[in-house]
Design a protein around this ligand. Structure first.
Ligand code: PNS
Length: 161
């Protein structure tokens, strides 16, 4: 069965990676799909976010990285995937995820959303928190893989120049 892990991944964190790894152990194939046209103004370009995802998932042969610029369900159909995998960190994630899962099922009844509880180690973690810490040169080594830590340093150095 093919599962899609959709998101902004700006940038990928250990929290995302935990969900991706567990999805890869559960499903035959996992497509990590980066949303192109998000209304949020991202720090990293789509290409940069994809490159980092490819780098940090390279030990998982059944994980593929892609991007999409469409309704998620249209993308799922194009990929012949029927399962969306999302991580839930806390109750605060629940309402938004319930809305998305319900809407997606209304739009396409053969698509199921599977939720995984984030590992408690990463329940407080988000890309925006990581960006806030990195922006002020704070330590993010426990929150993101080394390649992402490096990319954050370069990005903020180039912004400061
Ligand atoms: O990492 P994020 O920003 O929380 O991910 C949100 C994402 C990409 C999963 C969500 O915004 C999405 O699926 N967008 C695609 C457009 C779409 O299908 N919207 C309707 C969902 S009900």
């Amino acid at each position: 069965m093919v599962a899609v892990c959709p998101g902004s991944f700006d940038p990928v964190t250990y929290g995302h990676l935990d969900i991706i790894q567990r999805a890869a152990a559960t499903f035959d194939k996992v497509i990590v799909a980066v949303l192109r046209n998000a209304s949020k103004s991202p720090l990293f370009t789509i290409e940069e976010r994809k490159e980092l995802l490819i780098e940090v998932t390279r030990d998982y042969p059944n994980v593929e990285v892609d991007s999409f610029d469409d309704l998620l369900i249209n993308y799922m159909k194009q990929k012949q995937a029927h399962v969306i995998v999302k991580g839930l960190r806390a109750v605060s994630d629940f309402e938004y995820e319930l809305q998305m899962a319900s809407l997606n099922r209304k739009l396409s009844s053969d698509i199921e959303t599977f939720f995984m509880m984030s590992s408690t180690t990463y329940s407080y973690l988000s890309s925006s928190i990581v960006k806030q810490i990195a922006q002020f040169n704070g330590p993010v080594g426990d929150l993101v893989p080394e390649a992402v830590e490096k990319a954050l340093r370069h990005k903020f150095d180039s912004i400061r120049k």
